[in-house]
Design a protein around this ligand. Structure first.
Ligand code: HMG
Ligand code: MG
Length: 298
């Protein structure tokens, strides 16, 4: 049976843009975020306060966070890698932050320049402070199925990190298939382990669609009762430190899929398609969303 409601957590302005080599000016990022909120999305990850030496594309996070229309009832979380980023997030009056330890040693070194354990230690410092300051904290685990450096990752390892994130005060943990190698089979195995340490309402699914398995994996995940799904407008996305990682599951495809299941999303697909067009046109490349292509071509 299908859930009656799914919470869509949009990552386009952050995950979607961070891998783009052409710098997207702040005005375009701001307009994209405003279009996404006008389309009815309620959770829009809008920036990351990481080192500009590592991800130049995200270097204008403050400008973005200070100038978007913050509509009431809409959540605009940001990614933070360390206390330095946390301080900047605070200056921008952010209400929710996301911390992002890796599920594998290889990716942790490449993405965070430290071991998994050291990453968890640093993220705990941030979570402790954020909880004290009354902010919501979301956790990500990356490479939950496979790592571009270490290969397949054991579900038990991911369950353990998930448990640690929950104990740090994360209201939710998003399971990231960073390089999109998961299948319905491996996602099921993963969720059986992770759901031994937490409940489905504390989890979100974050699928990159590199191998075209995003929707199949999602359907496998929904069977476990998970009701939060991450997706990216126009299917943008990827991580500069995970070579070959392509875009996330496209928000347009997700909304169409959920519509087919009779699941309420409160999202206006026409406005969403328009937002997808807007950013794809700016980037000068075709949309990665099949639904956007199909409907837009009519
Ligand atoms: P490091 O080089 O070890 O750190 O990087 P550092 O403390 O030595 O800092 C290096 C320089 O960056 C210094 O500048 C710092 O001041 C500066 P310098 O003194 O050389 O002039 N710096 C900062 N500046 C602004 N804001 C900051 C900040 N921090 C340091 N917050 C570090 C360690 C963690 C900072 C770095 O590795 C980093 O920023 N990594 C983030 C990489 C990233 O953003 N990856 C993409 C997001 S993860 C993802 O996409 C996966 C996900 O979608 C889930 C999934 O798909 O599975 C979430
Ligand atoms: Mg991602």
């Amino acid at each position: 049976s299908s859930p009656s409601k799914i919470r869509i957590y949009e990552v386009g302005p952050r995950d979607g843009l961070q891998n783009e080599s052409k710098f997207v000016p702040s005005e375009i990022k701001i307009e994209l975020i405003n279009k996404l909120s006008a389309a009815g999305l309620k959770d829009i990850e809008s920036a990351s306060f990481v080192s500009p030496k590592w991800v130049q594309q995200m270097s204008d996070g403050q400008e973005v966070m200070k100038n978007i229309n913050r509509a009431p009832g809409i959540n605009y979380p940001v990614l933070v890698p360390n206390l330095k980023g946390y301080e900047v997030a605070r200056q921008c009056n952010v209400e929710e932050i996301a911390i992002f330890p890796a599920g594998s040693e290889g990716f942790s070194q490449k993405n965070l320049n430290c071991s998994v354990e050291e990453g968890l230690r640093r993220f705990k410092l941030i979570a402790d402070q954020a909880v004290k300051d009354g902010l919501r904290v979301r956790g990500y685990v990356s490479c939950v199925v496979g790592c571009p450096y270490d290969g397949p990752i054991s579900p038990k390892t991911i369950a353990k990190i998930t448990e640690e994130l929950i104990s740090m005060g994360c209201y939710e943990v998003s399971l990231g298939d960073t390089i999109g190698v998961g299948t319905a089979g491996s996602v099921r195995k993963l969720l059986r382990e992770v759901l031994a340490v937490t409940s489905p309402d504390r989890l979100a699914l974050h699928f990159h669609d590199t191998y075209g398995q995003g929707l199949a994996n999602l359907l496998a995940g929904l069977e476990f009762g998970i009701t939060t799904v991450d997706s990216s407008i126009s299917g943008l996305g990827g991580c500069p430190y995970a070579r070959g990682a392509s875009g996330n599951l496209a928000t347009e495809d997700l909304v169409y899929f959920l519509y087919g299941l009779g699941v309420n999303t409160d999202v206006d697909l026409v406005k969403l398609i328009e937002a997808g067009r807007y950013i794809s046109n700016f980037l000068g490349k075709p949309t990665e969303s099949r639904v956007n292509r199909a409907i837009g071509d009519k």
